[in-house]
Design a protein around this ligand. Sequence first.
Ligand code: PLP
Length: 411
Amino acid sequence: MANINHNFLELQGSYLFSEIAKRRTKFIQENPDAQIISLGIGDVTRGLPEAVTKAMHEAVDELAQASSFRGYGPEQGYDFLIQAIIEGDYKSRGIDIQSNEVFVSDGSKCDVGNIQEIFSQDSIVAVQDPVYPVYVDTNVMAGRSGKFNKELNRYENISYLPSSAENQFKPSLPDRKVDLIYLCYPNNPTGMTLTKEELKKWVDYAKENNCIILYDSAYEAYIQEENVPHSIYEIEGAKEVAIEFRSFSKTAGFTGVRCAYTIVPRELKGLDAAGNEILINDLWNRRHTTKFNGVSYVTQRGAAAIYSPEGKAQIAELVDYYMTNAAIIRDGLKSLGLEVFGGVNAPYIWLKTPNGLNSWAFFDKLLSEAHIVGTPGVGFGQSGQGYFRLTAFGSRENTEKAVERIRKMSL
Ligand code: PLP
């Protein structure tokens, strides 16, 4: 028998969502008439914008004719989409991005998960805590994490940057040498953001300490406030230190369609074993073209339609729908005296559990008293203990109903 990659044995089971499903199933068995509302989902629920489906229908028709058929496309994405991204997401904000710096893919999960492959095995990785688990698990698979310490609920070689109410969910800079820093803003799960000045501190730190920032901006479309940067490249010099990930999943309902992109600036460099500077862009291009064969033409036509005037208006409506849900949850919980974070520039509401309950105890209370399923904060890392995530991706009706039910709970 072949030997396995033993790093995989260091992965912790996907305890969070399986445990949620287990508790939910048990509750339904014992309470078959309960009408459960899920505010735990991280998936969108509205239909695709009309501009997108129209473009996709037309693209399908093109593919039906030999004269307009398209087979394999460029692995990095079609130029029509790359140009739309550059114009719509960067040039409009005064940021200069070249077409060879854009890599279209079938999702940010793959990109934020795969990016670590092009860095050295002994790179030290820093993550925010609580964290989107993909950053950690992909580094565990790659052998960078060291052993898992059950007591601490942490891997010994990963540098965790705690975020909690005490620091307004703005983690301190690393206190040891790190090579790669994963930052996610607007943040999943806390829903919090940084101002330009705060993000500049990270860029300056990365420059001074020769690290690379892996900036996940999957929820960029939800930013409402003025001083919140939409791209890390709004910060001067960031092209020398940062890779940016964007996704159409939450922007335009593409969670099932699948399309995202990653910006790898030509200014970004790493070192080979002899100390020579190597362009990270060249490495990612090599990796991407070797392991990926491009996003479907139909999907890319749909994604490009988001940048049309109709598309822009329709996604603004979509975002507005979810952000109104977020405001309903946020204001509703605040009026009950709960300590609530996020939900202003992100579709996630992060609340401090009342009466010092731990995250799972609050999960059980919410399920048994209000028949609502949410996500225990501790599932995203030890610093999430005593917190709880609710999402704004449900229907308006369910969101309003959920808040009414919480109002009737004994908190
Ligand atoms: N990054 C973050 C922070 C996310 O929360 C998600 C999805 O939940 C993703 C990336 C994945 O996005 P995609 O659907 O593009 O794979």
